[in-house]
Design a binder for this molecule. Structure first.
Ligand SMILES: NC(=O)c1ccc[n+]([C@@H]2O[C@H](COP(=O)([O-])OP(=O)(O)OC[C@H]3O[C@@H](n4cnc5c(N)ncnc54)[C@H](OP(=O)(O)O)[C@@H]3O)[C@@H](O)[C@H]2O)c1
Length: 370
């Protein structure tokens, strides 16, 4: 992999060789998942091979990496049907940093540009590294009014909320949206996206998140430990986004919809079933479970039932960047740790000690121009 002449010479903690006046970066410093397990299995390695840059790909020198619940689940073996044969691998989805190199067909970015973005859930080379490779469709210019740390907290969560509310439920001005789990990164993004679409927004959240969800724009917030939570809401909703996906939140959420409404859960069963039965049989079993639930809820309540999965979407990311720039979208950061302390970052989340997003900071990936 080669780097532009202007940035050649020395890349700290990445192996470089020079040829015909060009510099080639072949390795990076990364946090590796060698096997599934607890936070202790994560290893920091200096000489992790960087794949060849594809035509539509961008090499990003990372400044900050948001830690997502998916990273912890992958570390524990979630998605093993897909990821186990590929171990050791680099985990991580979110990134904010600087463009270092462009694939031959990349049109929308320039070297040195400050960018942020996220990989899709199935990506096999993640972002816990001082250099990450993303498709140009997975990146947007980082708005100047947020730092790399703040930017790295947003894309995976906001794109998940976008997929549910904008792409699937197609929320419209004046509709009523309920976000179950409004205090998390996806929940807060969903509240802000729904408000920016001029919807009425209610949510459930923990006591400590009440102020935060109101600041994000929720007009109504109910503590999720309240008994008979359904009775707390006066009206029925057009859309319920359930970020929690427990049997009790599903039972409550589906009952709170009016006929023709959409219930969307982030906790679909496709991956879990594929992990038990393999990709083919598990995929078929998941399709059968989803179909049965869709029929059941349509007959019972007249509602649409969906499993939502984050999907990268260039137009959505552009719109997310615009909302950030306008001050309409933020995900609060609760904890910042160096990349090398990724295992501790996972522990902080597991102990539920981070009230806000946990972000890894990359301090030493400085390329020194010659
Ligand atoms: N399907 C997909 O593609 C996809 C994509 C992204 C995330 N997810 C999943 O969606 C979930 C949320 O992700 P995230 O990034 O938002 O996580 P997060 O930032 O860690 O937030 C989780 C939040 O859940 C809240 N919570 C826990 N139990 C609750 C309950 N019974 N009712 C209401 N709120 C409850 C907590 O709120 P308080 O702090 O207020 O207690 C916590 O802040 C995770 O399970 C994640 O794996 C799925």
């Amino acid at each position: 992999m080669w780097m532009q002449q202007g940035l050649q010479a020395c890349v700290w903690r990445g192996r470089v060789w020079e040829s015909l006046g060009k510099c080639y970066l072949t390795t990076c410093r990364a946090v590796i998942l060698p096997r599934f397990g607890g936070p202790e299995v994560l290893e920091v390695r200096e000489d992790v091979a960087l794949p060849e840059l594809g035509a539509s790909e961008v090499l990003v020198r990372t400044h900050a990496i948001g830690v997502n619940p998916l990273d912890l689940r992958m570390r524990g073996g979630y998605g093993r049907s897909l990821f186990e044969p590929l171990l050791p691998l680099v985990i991580g989805r979110d990134v904010s940093g600087e463009v270092m190199q462009l694939g031959s067909s990349v049109q929308h970015f320039q070297i040195g540009q400050q960018v942020f973005g996220a990989l899709q859930p199935t990506a096999t080379q993640g972002t816990y590294s001082n250099y990450a490779i993303l498709n140009e469709e997975q990146l947007a210019q980082k708005p100047d009014n947020v730092s790399h740390i703040e930017a790295a907290a947003i894309p995976f969560a906001a794109l998940t909320a976008w997929r549910a509310l904008r792409s699937t439920a197609q929320i419209k001005k004046g509709q009523k949206v309920l976000v179950m789990g409004g205090g998390g990164a996806v929940g807060l993004s969903a509240i802000q996206l729904a408000r920016s679409a001029e919807c009425y927004v209610a949510c459930t959240c923990g006591k400590q998140s009440m102020e935060r969800v109101k600041e994000a724009g929720a007009e109504e917030a109910i503590d999720y430990t309240t008994p008979n939570i359904n009775l707390q809401f006066k009206d029925r909703f057009d859309v319920v986004l359930d970020t929690i996906g427990l049997p009790e939140t599903e039972a409550a959420g589906t009952k709170l919809l009016q006929r023709g409404g959409h219930y969307l859960t982030l906790q679909g069963e496709t991956v879990a079933l594929a992990d038990v039965y393999g990709l083919v049989a598990g995929g078929a079993a998941a399709a059968a479970v989803l179909f049965r639930k869709q029929v059941q809820y349509r007959q019972q309540y007249g509602i649409d039932y969906w499993w939502t999965i984050m999907r990268t979407d260039a137009e959505a990311l552009e719109e997310i960047a615009r909302l950030i720039k306008n001050g309409q979208l933020r995900v609060p950061v609760g904890h910042i740790l160096p990349l090398e302390e990724a295992a501790e970052a996972h522990r902080v989340i597991e102990r539920k000690k981070a009230h806000g997003k946990v972000v890894l900071e990359v301090k030493d990936s400085i390329a020194t121009p010659s």
